[in-house]
Every structure is written in C-alpha cells, then in structure tokens.
Design a protein around this ligand. Structure first.
Ligand SMILES: [Zn+2]
Length: 264
C-alpha cells in the first residue's frame, strides 16, 4: 500500500529503522571517546599539579598529602560539629529525627570560612577527587561512634544537574565513607527523577515543600540499614526527604553522615 508521500509503509518503516540504527551507532562511537576525554582531562590535571603543586585552600601552604585540600594545621583548626547540634537541626523538620536513626556531621560550616573554599573546590571547581579522602575522614569519625551500616547511599542529583557539573560530589564523598567503613557504596538505591529548584535562598518550609517528593527508591532498599551521605547539612530537608523515601521502600533504618553542619 502506498502512503501519501509516494513511499510504501514498508519503505518508511525500513528508513525509520535504519535511521534509528545510525543514531545508535553514532552513540556507540561517541561513548568510546568518553573515557579517552576523561583520561585526557585527568592527565592534564596531573601535569598541572606537577607544575603547580596544589596548595592548602585554607592558608596556601603545601599540604602534606596532595590528596587533601587542607594542610594538617588547617584540618585540625576546623570546628567539630556537636552531636546535639545535628539532632537539634533535624528536630526542626516535619518528620525530622523520626526518619534519621543516627546522624553525624563532621565539622561546622561557616560562610566565607575555610570549609567554604573546600566546598567550592568540591562542588564548582571540578575537583571531585578531594571528595574521596574527605569522605574517608567522615567515615572514620562515624566508625568511632556508631556501628557500620549495610551500605552507603549518596544523596543523588537530578540528571540535568549531574550532567552540568559532570559528577555528583555526594557520590565521591560516599565512596570515601564506604571505603572507611568497609561497606558497599549503594548509589543504585536512590534516584532523583524530579528536578527541584536550588535550595539556596529558600525558607525552611519552602525547602521541605521543594524536596519532599523529589526522590524514588529501589525495592532493594527494603529491610536494610543505610547510611545517607551528603556534603553540607543546612536545614536537613533534602536528607530527611531522601531518608523518608528509603523508609517508604521498606528500609529498616536510615542514618546520615555529612561533611559539615552549616552554622545558623
Ligand atoms: Zn593550611
């Protein structure tokens, strides 16, 4: 049978199919170059670090371990976040501490403080590699006071945000935490299918409204005790929404570990 354009339906189907195959082939070819491009970027950064060794983001001195963004003196000068302050922050939210079993934030985050420079490097200046050693410090601190969870679940970013940034900073932190606790990284358990507005400049109640339905959890989350990992705990609404989603999927317990608690 001839379709109005002069081509038969079968011909149209064949053309559409071969077009689809061509697109798939191009995608396959492009995906081959992705690791090469990532390798070239890493090599470029490696060469830059060799020519200009990274400096401590706090004082400008050369750090003992180039893997960490701060020298030992700046690291030890960071203020530790009291456990009670973390609990008090979560208590202010609608489901608050009910959704979070145990919570730890390693340091206090001050605007314009040393940790802000670290957060910027981690989040906006394409230095995700700092995430793993920093996450390791968070994991070590967690292990000192709490029993290990079954797995570490980083707070996911919506795909658009992740593609813009090229990586998820919570995931790199999570890798370090999981390594320190010797448990698997389970980034497959939580997804963020709904884009949300930036939480900056939103009130506490607006932040909660903005994120409460943002996440979805896999059935594999059922019956487990999971440790959520994020960079900075501000109002806690994102982490509590993620914890509630894991509970809705049947998780037995959800705990939380973050790099820092924002001072309010
Ligand atoms: Zn320093």
């Amino acid at each position: 049978m001839k379709a109005p354009g002069g081509l038969s339906t079968t011909h149209r189907r064949i053309i559409a199919k071969s077009r689809g195959r061509a697109v798939e082939n191009w995608r396959a070819v492009l995906s081959l170059f992705r690791p090469i491009a990532a390798g070239a970027r890493a090599l470029g950064r490696g060469l830059l670090d060799l020519l200009y060794p990274p400096r401590c983001l706090g004082c400008g001195a050369r750090p003992e371990s180039p893997r960490l963004p701060l020298c030992p003196r700046c690291l030890s000068s960071l203020e530790r976040a009291p456990e009670m302050a973390v609990a008090a922050r979560l208590d202010r939210l609608p489901v608050g501490r009910g959704a979070i079993h145990r919570a730890l934030a390693l340091w206090i985050f001050d605007k314009h403080g040393t940790l802000q420079a670290v957060q910027h490097a981690l989040k906006y200046r394409s230095r995700p590699r700092y995430g793993v050693p920093l996450g390791h410090l968070v994991g070590e601190a967690y292990a000192k006071v709490h029993p290990p969870p079954e797995g570490v679940v980083p707070i996911p970013l919506h795909t658009t945000r992740r593609l813009e940034r090229g990586y998820n900073q919570s995931r790199t932190l999570g890798r370090g935490v999981a390594h320190a606790l010797d448990v698997p990284l389970r980034s497959d358990l939580l997804a963020r299918p709904r884009p949300t507005r930036s939480q900056t400049n939103l009130s506490r109640s607006a932040r909660w409204q903005n994120v409460r339905d943002a996440f979805s959890a896999s059935d594999d989350a059922a019956d487990g005790h999971w440790l959520l990992v994020d960079d900075i705990l501000t109002t806690g609404s994102t982490c509590v929404a993620a914890a509630q989603t894991l509970h809705d999927a049947g998780a037995e317990a959800v705990s939380l570990a973050t790099l820092a608690l924002a001072r309010q």
